[in-house]
Design a protein around this ligand. Structure first.
Ligand SMILES: [Zn+2]
Length: 369
């Protein structure tokens, strides 16, 4: 009897300790009550998460804003979303940064000077400290008023003298610690030689029609291949089809990647078979808006990619319709009210990764192969 009672008492005691521990671990707001002098993010992160690369795909309604945070807390934001909307995009980026435990963003990379990529920079800089800007150099699209406006606002920001600026060339490695970020494309130039292990003949070149050269800022996108241990993530901004062909034909200069951040929001000007089928990603993540990007023909090309396990979408694509959108569990913002939900990738050095949908609160695992 005594033993049973004692067991019962111990069990309840253990249970209450477990409940308290779970509350401490699970609820950032409770962290202060637990008496630990740590940030909410650090309190919530498991030991595995603390060794992970975290990548936030912030919903900026058809622009780009992708935040990389290394285990050591170094950060790289690729693009800043749009200007206007009372700082909507900057607010969403800052929310992601805070949830990662950041108080500043070390590097902000501007892929090119279109308003859906550089537009949010002044609003972001007003909300959170930034260390260094990285860009491809001059704006080359001087006939487009919104682009010129965005460029001028960015120039004014640089002119404050508060920020360092880097203008890298293809083949350069960005100075961020804790992950390897190599420049693939910049200002219309591309890496000249295949990356180590790449250089195989690309059979998908004959499946991709030749297209005329793009004349906008898109083809000048500052594209990077980010490597964290064995995990490889490709981001080419809005690099266009013609440049993809130049990069990937006749030989594949990149090799395979695990994660393809879908170029140009999934619009049909990018994502040729020559690129997508040759890099053969396990997962593609598309930062489209409801009415921007997600072209049916592009979604078809991505879905036909030989090793693809899943396509994830920041938004349901209205143009894609029922036939081309992925199931709702893979969409952060389905049709209806737009809550600005994000996707988060939690990457491991062994090449495995998880994908978290902030709307469903579900995580899908992609174990290392
Ligand atoms: Zn864009």
């Amino acid at each position: 009897m005594t033993g049973n009672l004692r067991f019962g008492w111990d069990f309840r005691e253990t249970l209450s300790v477990l409940v308290f521990a779970a509350a401490c671990a699970g609820l950032a707001a409770i962290a202060l009550l637990c008496g630990a002098n740590v940030t909410p993010a650090a309190a919530a992160a498991s030991p595995a998460a603390q060794k992970s690369l975290r990548v936030y795909f912030v919903d900026v309604e058809g622009g780009q804003a992708t935040l990389f945070v290394t285990p050591e807390g170094q950060s790289l934001l690729i693009d800043t979303g749009w200007d206007g909307n009372n700082g909507r995009d900057a607010d969403r980026i800052v929310a992601a940064a805070k949830s990662a435990g950041l108080t500043k963003i070390d590097y902000v990379l501007i892929t090119h000077f279109h308003e859906d990529h550089v537009g949010g920079a002044p609003q972001l800089a007003a909300r959170i400290p930034i260390g260094t800007f990285i860009d491809h150099g001059e704006n080359r699209e001087t006939g487009d008023a919104p682009t010129v406006q965005g460029w001028q606002a960015y120039q004014a920001l640089l002119a404050t003298g508060k920020y360092k600026r880097i203008t890298p060339k293809p083949g350069d490695v960005l100075p961020i610690q804790g992950m390897h970020a190599e420049v693939i494309s910049a200002d219309g130039a591309l890496i000249a030689k295949p990356l180590p292990g790449a250089g195989q003949e690309n059979a998908a070149c004959k499946e991709s029609e030749a297209r005329p050269a793009d004349k906008t800022e898109n083809l000048r996108s500052l594209g990077t291949l980010i490597t964290f241990g064995k995990l490889r993530i490709l981001d080419l901004g809005d690099l266009t089809w013609d440049k993809e062909m130049e990069l990937m034909c006749p030989v594949n200069k990149l090799g395979h990647v695990d994660v393809y951040i879908v170029s140009h929001h999934g619009w049909q000007q990018s994502s040729s078979p020559a690129l997508v089928w040759a890099i053969a990603p396990r997962v593609a993540i598309m930062d489209n808006g409801a009415k921007k990007g997600g072209t049916p023909s592009t979604l078809d090309i991505i879905e036909k990619s030989p090793k693809l396990e899943n396509l994830w979408q920041v938004h349901y694509s209205e143009e894609g319709g029922a036939a081309h959108n992925v199931p709702a569990e893979f969409i952060a913002n389905p049709q209806g009210t737009d809550a600005g939900n994000y996707l988060e990738l939690i990457g491991q050095a062994d090449g495995g990764f998880d994908l978290f949908n902030s709307r469903t609160q579900e995580t899908k695992k992609y174990p290392a192969r």
